[in-house]
Design a protein around this ligand. Structure first.
Ligand code: FDA
Length: 397
């Protein structure tokens, strides 16, 4: 078998791998990117409903979860959202802010993939698709890899960059191989779990949720000290919507989540005023003026808020108002990696150099993007981590 020599081989042609390839090759190195998929950047393509929420204007280290919250600061601070926006603008890609600083392509996520491929071509990166990693061995000068599939062959390189993402959406080829490589080279991997994922409930709750499946409402959802004010969606399986996806990264089994429906509405005032105006109105109808009607009648039914406003004492109305801002629910689980947008946890940051992402004790081995124990909130933060960590390694090798 013929052996080829590269300076850098990158496993994974996703967001982080392509960003790393661009900068590593710009420094003059011979760079090969391999991916078992038939197209590069498949997760970019499906992201943001096909429009890719490629970064967030307000991205800062506080939007990321990690066992070491300081780890991401260096990369995020040196390659920022503004650097990526400059690249997007250089390629004439039209974009807009949707909400909360989230930037989306006007036309298609494919614009971002085309931009990355164009940048890679300009600096002469080679990319081999439908190619998987057979084996990786340490050599005196770096690594020796055996590749299988369309790009089969033996390859030697000085730097080996693991950018193969996490375990989310196995149907799209997520394998968790990155964690195995880390462990094989003696690096610790923190507990991994699905994150940015809908939460599921037991049959007792689902009977009711099915009646209101499809109803969306603004809410403040909290778990412990974490809280997010965004939309919440009732589904046949439980709860979804941005506020739930966000809190799923913080929630753990057996813990409750607390929901404040329409957190900016003063329900006590609303109910007391409604009683004064028309005491013969039912509580459910009065709530249905502000909340989605189906949700209002579901809540009235399940909480036993029957009768008219006039029949309820002011104290009772105040307790209803309190319940609407402190609805405690116990999820039984999540929809898992099948629908999770990301994997929480990953290669332990204590084993990596925060400037370069190089593994401590394994010179020339790097981990970037989602495979690392750095997980962003929903809203473009995960791509920003992929760009920043990819840049940090690409410019260091
Ligand atoms: P990524 O998963 O992108 O790339 C890994 C690459 O490695 C893939 O090309 C894969 O084929 C390849 N690979 C895996 N295993 C391999 C193996 N064994 N051999 C060879 N190749 C292998 N984030 C955000 O900021 N904004 C958004 O809008 C969205 N939207 C979104 C929607 C959906 C449905 C999902 C599932 C996820 C998002 N995300 C997101 C999260 C975002 O997609 C994610 O954080 C990044 O893609 C991570 O980039 P990486 O390059 O680390 O991994």
């Amino acid at each position: 078998m013929r052996t080829e020599n590269f300076d850098t081989v990158i496993l994974g042609a996703g967001a982080a791998g392509m960003m790393c390839a661009i900068h590593a090759a710009a420094r003059g190195g011979r760079v090969l990117v391999i991916d078992h998929a038939k197209s590069p950047g498949e997760k970019i393509r499906i992201s943001g409903g096909g429009r890719c929420n490629f970064t967030n204007l307000g991205s800062s280290p506080r939007n990321f979860l990690s066992q070491n919250p300081h780890f991401a600061k260096s990369a995020l601070g040196r390659y920022t959202q503004h650097d990526f926006i400059t690249l997007v603008e250089k390629h004439g890609i039209a974009y807009h802010e949707k909400t909360l600083g989230q930037l989306f392509c006007d036309h298609s996520a494919k614009d971002i993939i085309a931009m990355l491929l164009d940048e890679m071509a300009q600096v002469g990166c080679e990319i081999r698709l439908k190619t998987s990693l057979g084996t990786v061995e340490r050599t005196d000068a770096g690594f020796s890899l055996v590749l299988a599939g369309d790009g089969a062959g033996k390859v030697r390189c000085r730097h080996f960059v693991v950018a193969c993402g996490g375990k989310s959406i196995p149907k799209m080829g997520a394998t968790g191989l990155g964690y195995q490589i880390a462990e094989r080279f003696g690096l610790a991997v923190t507990e991994t779990r699905p994150a940015l994922v809908p939460l599921t409930f037991g049959e007792d709750m689902l009977d009711g949720f099915r009646e209101i499946a499809g109803v969306a409402v603004d809410a403040r959802v909290s778990c412990g000290k974490a809280a997010f004010k965004e939309a919440l969606l009732f589904t046949h399986r439980g709860l979804s919507g941005p506020s739930i996806l966000q809190i799923s990264s913080y929630w753990r089994e057996k813990q409750p989540i607390s929901i404040a429906l329409l957190p900016d509405v003063d329900f006590a005032r609303v109910l007391l005023d409604a009683k004064r105006e028309n005491a013969r109105r039912s509580i459910a109808n009065a709530l249905g003026e502000i909340l989605p009607k189906r949700l209002a009648s579901y809540l009235a039914q399940t909480h036993g808020w029957s009768g008219t406003l006039g029949e309820a004492s002011d104290r009772k109305l105040l307790s209803i108002a309190q319940a609407l801002h402190g609805w405690e629910l116990y999820p039984v689980g999540s929809e898992g990696y099948r629908t999770a947008e990301v994997t929480l946890g990953g290669v332990d940051t204590a084993c990596l150099n925060s400037r370069t992402m190089e593994a401590k004790g394994a010179d020339g081995l790097y981990f970037i993007g989602e495979v690392v124990d750095v997980t962003g909130w929903l809203g473009g933060y995960n791509f920003q981590w992929a760009w920043s960590s990819g840049w940090a390694t690409g410019t260091a090798i």
